[in-house]
Design a protein around this ligand. Structure first.
Ligand SMILES: Nc1ncnc2c1ncn2[C@@H]1O[C@H](COP(=O)(O)OP(=O)(O)OP(=O)(O)O)[C@@H](O)[C@H]1O
Length: 271
């Protein structure tokens, strides 16, 4: 597990009184109701919740791709939707399936956000992309490959390099280890842990994988009943009596993952 950051660190993401309402065939669907959540610099905050509780929508709202029906999402002191054309310099996003452009080479995929800015000369853009390729553990030999020639783990690494191309202080991860075999998932978690430490990143992550959750999270926020029912240290969250939490963490697979937690991290009531 990653050490929790300073409790006095500044707030990077501030979500207040957020409502998300979609029109559906059965009338209005309220996904978030009066949801509050603050994320401090240096945290790896994981969003956990049942299917359809609005975790991905919340990530997209932090990124500014979607707007809440009501309430405020502030990122680095600015309204999320108004991070401007340079949003990628503030927030990096790793989408669930990597979302690489299949017609582009690895290097061109990584360089894409920087190239779109049209501010830097080509040679500098290529150098920056090569540095990021190295940073995610892939050598220059991979630069000219096509995404079709990469393994699932490599695609995630390239997508991560692209998310980091503009050195954003905030990184959003949607199911970073989904679809990876256990060894690749472990390797990717190790990489994320290293980058979090070395780059001083703040990370907001959605994951259904309990190994990834306990491996990386400094704090877990649980979405249920259309809001965040608890946000705290892993050991605090798993002790919460809400039925979703009890079923999610204390079912068979939850118990197995919790065995990986350090003995001291498991509260007496759960031993
Ligand atoms: N653009 C949209 N228009 C209408 N409904 C939407 C839209 N985006 C999301 N929804 C609905 O909002 C709800 C929350 O979706 P979201 O994808 O955020 O859930 P989730 O918590 O990430 O679920 P999962 O864990 O299954 O991925 C779902 O019922 C979804 O169908």
């Amino acid at each position: 597990m990653i050490d929790a950051p300073d409790v006095h660190a500044p707030t990077v993401v501030d979500i207040r009184k957020l409502w998300t309402v979609f029109a559906s065939s059965r009338g209005e669907q309220v996904v978030h109701r009066d949801l509050d959540l603050a994320i401090r610099r240096g945290e790896v905050l994981s969003l956990v919740g049942g299917s359809g509780t609005g975790k991905t929508v919340l990530l997209r709202q932090i990124l500014g791709l979607e707007h809440p029906s009501r309430g405020d999402v502030t990122v680095l002191g600015q309204p999320a939707g108004r991070l401007s054309a340079h949003a990628a310099a503030s927030v990096g996003m790793l989408f669930q399936h990597g979302a690489l452009f299949s017609a582009f080479s690895v290097l061109d995929n990584i360089a894409f956000p920087l190239r779109e800015l049209k501010l830097l000369p080509e040679a500098l853009i290529r150098d920056a992309a090569l540095v990021k390729l190295q940073m995610v553990g892939l050598g220059p030999a991979h630069a000219n490959k096509s995404p079709a020639d990469l393994s699932g783990g490599m695609i995630k690494r390239v997508a991560l390099a692209r998310a980091l191309i503009m050195d954003p202080p905030l990184l959003l991860l949607d199911e970073p280890t989904a679809g990876l075999d256990p060894e690749s998932a472990d390797g990717f978690c190790t990489l994320l842990r290293t980058l979090h430490r070395e780059l001083g990143l703040t990370v907001v992550m959605v994951t259904h994988d309990l190994d990834t959750l306990f491996d990386l999270s400094t704090r877990i926020a649980v979405l249920a009943d259309q809001r965040v029912i608890v946000a705290g240290l892993p050991r605090e969250v798993i002790a919460h009596p809400h039925p979703f939490i009890q079923q999610y963490f204390l079912g068979g697979r939850g118990r197995r993952a919790m065995e990986a937690l350090h003995e001291d991290d498991v509260p007496d009531s759960q031993r």
